[in-house]
Design a protein around this ligand. Structure first.
Ligand code: ITT
Length: 188
């Protein structure tokens, strides 16, 4: 593993969560605050592999890229890979509106991480968090859809009502990071 991981994301919330987790494992991080080109796909792992290759071309080994999204069951998995765009356009209110009167509120977040190791080898790890969409936004923390997502593992609060450390314990991103670290440790 490179001595410093270069986290490439335009999203400050992702940077905060990824870097605080890695730092708690003694791994130093730098933030490359850029949006990398994304390929269109329904498969987050495919999207993140492509973005990681783009990041590797520009910044070399040690880059870490993440692609994530919210998949709402009653909406057939929408917004999924389009979460970033949907958040910027119809936002939380738009998702709540689409679910008005819908009792089946199940949803999950997915995160796919790709780290590019020495020689350009891509290491991919994924994580998921199951939960439900709340009926109104709650909490000030986190980012994106956090105020309307209640994880099954801590069903009394939305992600936006948790500290960064708590959210990392239950989140898709936290799970993906823990898997990535196991994969990197196994490689030595
Ligand atoms: P980069 O591509 O630059 O990393 P981005 O925000 O555009 O930033 P994505 O394309 O992966 O990243 O979009 C993910 C979107 O999904 C994100 O903008 C949020 O709207 C939503 N999302 C992902 N993880 C989330 C989380 O932990 N909490 C709330 N919303 C999340």
């Amino acid at each position: 593993m490179a001595s410093v991981i270069k986290i490439v994301t335009s999203n400050p919330g992702k940077w905060l969560e990824l870097s605080s987790m890695l730092l708690s494992h003694g791994i130093e991080c730098v933030w490359i605050r850029e949006r990398v080109r994304e390929v269109q796909s329904d498969d987050l792992a495919e999207i993140v592999r492509f973005s990681a290759s783009e990041a590797y071309k520009r910044w070399g080994e040690g880059v870490l890229v993440e692609d994530s999204g919210l998949f709402v069951s009653a909406l057939e998995g929408f917004p999924g890979p389009y979460s970033s765009y949907v958040f910027r356009t119809i936002g939380l209110r738009g998702i709540l509106k689409l679910l008005e009167g819908v009792s089946e509120r199940g949803a999950h977040f997915k995160s796919a991480l790709c780290y590019v190791a020495a020689g350009g080898e891509h290491v991919v790890a994924v994580g998921e968090a199951e939960g439900v969409v709340s009926d109104r936004p709650r909490g000030e923390g986190g980012f994106g859809f956090d105020p309307i997502f209640i994880p099954l593992d801590a069903p009394d609060r939305t992600f936006a009502e948790m500290t960064v450390e708590e959210k990392n314990r239950y989140s898709h991103r936290g799970r993906a990071v823990r898997t990535l670290l196991q994969l990197l440790e196994a490689r030595g």
